[in-house]
Design a protein around this ligand. Structure first.
Ligand code: APR
Length: 320
């Protein structure tokens, strides 16, 4: 059987980490694409030289030509620019929208059968725009946010309860950003809901609220520490988990930014919800009953995503 092909659009910090992880796990041969000349080629060469030490045979190549992503099974998109001081949200939207247009066309022309995972921010708007520009089916274009957000939530909860992260199953809904909705009712430690652990005196509502707040600001906390960039290890490993679920037809239920139509009261919007990921991509959105507070918070998140889409349509008339 031919090896799978993984195309990484954007060979920056996340792109390079994705390439390393994909090679170590031998998900397939890896093509790093970037508009910057030399960067994808240099990173591919450097990473190939890990092969003899780490024992992987995955072939890594770097390119500035979309033709080289031809036939990719999975495409992971990190191309774009991060928000810089003095840049408004609309400035960032405008720049990254243009990037999504170029990337969407590249995918449409060279890898139309791929499963596409978008990481570029602002995530919920960018994954929507990428789907629009690429014209791929909705089930084949998803955004990575919830896996990362729930990993952050789980990390902080494991520290709070002094338990292994392996026993924490965290649940986060909504858009990727300040309005994300960590749901404590469905967040468990070895099957025990966090709300029950609070009742059992293992923590307090105030401390859990603090953790929820820290999770919402999890990306910003890392930006403030790094100063010159944003998180890349955990975002990359989150997207790799999604790629593995697709390639292995694992039917994992992962929180992802997916196109939701007819569930959660939505009539066609990309937002973070639990979804079954298998060989058909985003196979089924799982609608869970929400209590009034989670419903209200989810609506705030949905409204924030909708507002971003309005701004995108104003910037690029072809999306209207
Ligand atoms: N086509 C391809 N690559 C592009 C394009 C484009 N049109 N425009 C920019 N790039 C490349 C840059 O050259 C750079 O190598 O995208 C890469 C982005 O890498 P970094 O700046 O290192 O950013 P990274 O930390 O990897 O994050 C990427 O993910 O989490 C989000 O907010 C983050 O949107 C950002 C993205």
């Amino acid at each position: 059987m031919a090896r799978k092909k993984i195309a990484l659009i954007g060979a920056g910090m996340i792109g390079g980490t994705l390439a390393h992880l994909a090679a170590q796990r031998e998900l397939g041969d890896i093509v790093l694409f970037d508009i910057a000349e030399g960067i994808p080629q240099g990173k591919a060469l450097d990473l190939s030289q890990c092969g003899p030490i780490e024992g992987f045979d995955a072939k890594l190549t770097g390119t500035n030509d979309y033709a080289d992503i031809a036939g990719a099974d999975v495409v992971i998109v990190t191309a774009g620019v991060p928000r810089k001081p003095g840049m408004s949200r609309d400035d960032l939207l405008g720049i990254n929208l243009k990037v999504m247009k170029a990337v969407g066309e590249g995918i449409k022309n060279h890898a139309p059968d791929a499963f596409v995972i978008c990481i570029t921010n602002p995530l919920d708007a960018m994954v929507w725009a990428l789907r629009e520009f690429s014209g791929l089916p909705h089930n084949k274009v998803v955004g990575m946010a919830g896996v990362l957000d729930s990993a952050r939530f789980a990390t902080f909860l494991a520290q709070e309860f002094k338990v292994s992260v392996k026993d924490v199953n965290a649940f986060v809904l909504g858009g990727h950003g300040d309005t994300m909705v960590p749901v404590t009712r469905y967040t468990t430690v070895s099957g025990i809901p966090v709300d029950d652990l609070v009742k059992m005196g293992r923590s307090t509502k105030e401390r859990i609220d603090e953790i929820v707040k820290r999770t919402r600001g999890g990306g910003g906390e890392i930006v403030a520490l790094l100063k010159t960039g944003s998180a890349y290890y955990a975002p990359a490993t989150s997207a790799i988990a999604m790629a593995e679920a697709y390639l292995g037809d694992q039917k994992r239920i992962l929180p992802c930014a997916v196109y939701v139509e007819g569930r959660y009261g939505l009539d066609g919007l990309y937002v973070g919800v639990p979804v079954v990921i298998g060989a058909n991509g985003a196979e089924e959105v799982i609608e869970i009953p929400l209590d009034d507070e989670a419903k209200k918070n989810f609506q705030v998140s949905v409204d924030a995503v909708k507002e971003l889409l309005v701004a995108c349509k104003q910037i690029d008339g072809s999306l209207a």
